[in-house]
Every structure is written in structure tokens, then in C-alpha cells.
Design a protein around this ligand. Sequence first.
Ligand code: SAM
Ligand code: TMP
Length: 406
Amino acid sequence: MSKCRICQVEYVPFLSFGKMPLANGFLASDQFRNEYFFELVVAFCPSCCMVQLSEQPSRERMFTPHYAYFSSTSTSMATHFEKFSHQVIADYLPPHDPFVVEIGCNDGILLEQFAQVGIRHLGIEPSANVAQVAVNKGLRALQRYFDEDLAREIVAEYGQADAVLGANVLCHIPYLHSVVAGIKMLLKPGGVLVFEDPYLGDILDKTAYDQIYDEHAFYFSVTSVRYLFQRHGLEVVDVMPQNVHGGSMRYVVTHEGARKGSAAVMAHCEREKALGLEQPETFEGFRRRTERSREELMALLFKLKRLGKRVVGYGATSKSTTVINYCGITRDLVEFISDTTPIKQGKFSPGAHIPVRPYTEFTANYPDHALLFAWNHAREIIPKERGFQAAGGKWIVYVPKVQILI
Ligand code: SAM
Ligand code: TMP
């Protein structure tokens, strides 16, 4: 495939990470021999400006009954989603019997906010294990993939929705035209789609190359998102930067002309033009910065090893799979990765097979350095790890630049 998934124009590949495993493919040692790898290449469309993967593993490989990402592992994300629901309820829902559909509801971290105040809701979540957690919370959730066909079924059974929501999910779905056509069908004439995803402007600005991995089929900008929805007769009426997942953008979308648009939309498009988000050279610069970041991180890890320092990874994030395998980080350099998610503990990281251990092993014997793979949660993690710093421990970060925090 060398054509843009959105506008069919030939795209320009700008960065190849080589063979990569699944970002959430944490595995047991008896699975090493059959581990799946694919070519991770990211490309820019010079016509509609959509940044995208050239190849993505099948959805059945990624969103399995053993899916390792549980949204509720971060307390700051729970707070974020509580505020998200408050905004939707205050600004977009009608007072009488509103109906909300969430695409990719995972363990119900956002949907439960609506359920708690008695709002009619439906979650769509293909990964069986996380969907079951949502159902166990008493939420109504279907273990299905969202697309146009499912939207038709939902309208037939439940009627149209006042709000369709999605957090960190639309950018995961390669067949976006079917998803957007489904959303259009599902939305009432005055309904809104509110969704958020990691923002391309932040990825470039912070050289956050670790946002690039199998599940992220697209890297959205306001420009590319506007184009996509316009093709379906839908309109982006507002955009709001969000301080989560390393920098995200929330988009509000309606049927064309249904609501007055905010000036923020065009302001962001202008800013993106000024930042060069419409030019291939910008992405060449990103590739060079990514390569430099890799060299600097490896030089630092080798230096610490020579000095006999213990380095442990903090947070077995999906993003860490890209960093570890692209940079060539091995068990010699990072002893283990501490993570609070039970399903990841006792397993090994995808590709490099660094052990993932419970958080208690981190606190029981603090290392000299903690490599903060969960850098997007730094505001939550660093203050709560005063004990680590008090014991002389130091944080290593690599976004926006490789450094030891003092
Ligand atoms: N919304 C949650 C959040 O922000 O924490 C979960 C985000 S998680 C990174 C992406 C979720 O989207 C996964 O739970 C995955 O199973 C789900 N997903 C993937 N493809 C989907 C599809 N076609 N329809 C609905 N959900 C999908
Ligand atoms: P995320 O960056 O995709 O949200 O994943 C964060 C990962 O980091 C997840 O596996 C849980 C883990 N984690 C910890 O181990 N400790 C923490 O304090 C936080 C916030 C996350």
C-alpha cells in the first residue's frame, strides 16, 4: 500500500523503524519463538496532510482477549475523563433522556461517568477482557469493532445518539472512512462527536517518536482531521488542546452547519501551516531529530553501565516498545521494567524481552536510575516517587530531550 488511506494520493514515507513487535504484545518466554514482527514505517500524505503507517498488523492481532492496556491504571487519566464527561454533559447533551455512545470504551473509565448520573449509554469495545471489566461495572457495552455496519445496527436497536465519544481510539482504526460514515449515521441532526487523540503538533515539537507504533494508524492534525470529516459532510466546529498522553487534541464535530464553528479551528490550521505540517521537509527534520535522540539515549545508557549503575524502566508502556526496539535497549542496560498492570507483570517486553516486574520490586530495591517510559504521566509519577529520589535515585527522560532530571 503506497496510497493515502484518506485521499488515495501517493504518500511519502519518512521514517522506518525496521521490524517491530506489537506494542502491547507482552509475552511469556514460551511465546518468544512465535513472536510476530512487522515493518514499522510512517508516511506523510502531501495532499491531505494525513500522517499514517504504511503497514498495520490486523486488528485481531492487536485487540485480543488479552489486551494489555487498561485505561484505569492512571489516576490522572481518571480525573481527566471525569472532566471530559462534565464538559460533554454541560455543553452538548440535551436535558431530556440523552443517549451517549462511546467508541473504544476499554474498561469504562469515561463511560462510567455518564452511567453514574443515569445517562443512557452504550460502549463499543472489541478487546474482550477490558470490555468485560466495563460490563462488570454495570455498564452497557458491546464486544464489537465500530464501523458503518455496527452503526446501522445500533441505530436500529437504540436509535440515534446525542453524543458519540472516542478517546485514543479513532487514530487506531485504519478503515476510518467506514467509521466516519457510521458516526454520521449514528448522530442525531443536532448531535456531536467529541473525540481526542495524540496531536501531531506535539509529537513533532517534542520529538515524541515513541507515539509511533502498530496501534496508531494515524497521527492527526486539525488540518487532516478537517479534511476527513468534510468528505463526509461533517464539520469540525471546535478544537481544544489537552495536556494528556504527551499532548492531545480534542475535536468537536457536527453535521455540516449544525452549530456555529469556533475561531480556534482556523487558528490551529493557520498555526499548523506556519509549523510546516503541510510540508514533507518538516518530517525529514523529525526523522533526523529522532535518530539523534536514539544516539544520545544509547550513549547515556552505555555510560551508566560502564559506571556500574543500575537502571530500571518505569512503566511498560506501549510507547516503550518503539523506544526499546528502535534504540536497541537490552536487558544488560535496563534490568527490568516496573509496571502496576497485573496482566503485564511476570511477562517480558515485546521484542527485547526485558522482564516486566511488579511495582513492589522497584520500591523494594531502588535502582540508581529510572528510565521513565511513562513520561506522559510524569506529573503524576515524579511527585509520588519522593522516596526514590530521597534514596539518591535519578530519573532519565528522553522526551522532549534525553536528560537526567536533577
Ligand atoms: N478510550 C480508552 C482510553 O482513552 O483510555 C482506551 C484507549 S485504548 C488505547 C484503544 C481502545 O480502542 C482499545 O481498548 C481497543 O480495544 C479499542 N478499539 C480498537 N479498534 C476499535 C474499533 N474498531 N472500534 C472500537 N474500539 C476499538
Ligand atoms: P500509557 O502511557 O499508555 O497510559 O501506559 C502507562 C503504563 O504505565 C501502564 O502500563 C501503567 C504504567 N504505570 C505505572 O506502572 N505506574 C504509574 O504510576 C502509572 C501512572 C502508570
